[in-house]
Unconditional design. Structure first.
Length: 138
């Protein structure tokens, strides 16, 4: 360098990179934990949207889709639904936040008209914490 020129030395750059790396290791786990906490909330929002679509189907057809017709009845007219006025979902059926399909059964358990839900992060019935089932009955 010529006299009067200034710049960063290699040591200064390495120190800055080490500081950025330390900050990233402290902050990254917090972001990862927040995204896992948001998945059950996302599932509940998607299930509420499916519930609204099921209610629209019921208003038009006079019944909820059967278990055999499933949630596909919200996008494609079932043969037994003469007054079907769908599609009731603008987009394709969503997958749950863990990449699994939502389940649907009609009639639902406990005397409800239907149950829709996600089997959580483990993809199996039951489970605890993030693996717990998220079910909405209608």
């Amino acid at each position: 360098m010529l006299a009067g020129e200034s710049g960063f030395t290699l040591i200064e750059l390495l120190v800055v990179l080490v500081i950025i790396g330390l900050l990233a290791t402290l902050v990254a786990p917090n972001f990862i934990g927040q995204s896992e906490k948001a998945k059950p909330k996302t599932a509940r929002v998607q299930l509420e949207n499916l519930r609204n679509a099921l209610d629209m189907f019921q208003l038009d057809v006079g019944r909820y889709p059967s278990t055999q017709e499933g949630l596909d009845a919200l996008r494609l007219r079932p043969n037994s639904a003469a007054r079907w006025a769908g599609p009731y979902l603008r987009d394709e059926l969503p997958m749950d936040p863990w990449g699994n399909p939502y389940f649907y059964r009609s009639p639902g358990e406990g005397g409800s008209s239907y149950d829709i839900g996600s089997q959580g992060s483990d993809g199996r019935s039951g489970g605890g914490e993030t693996g717990a089932d998220i079910v909405i009955s209608g």
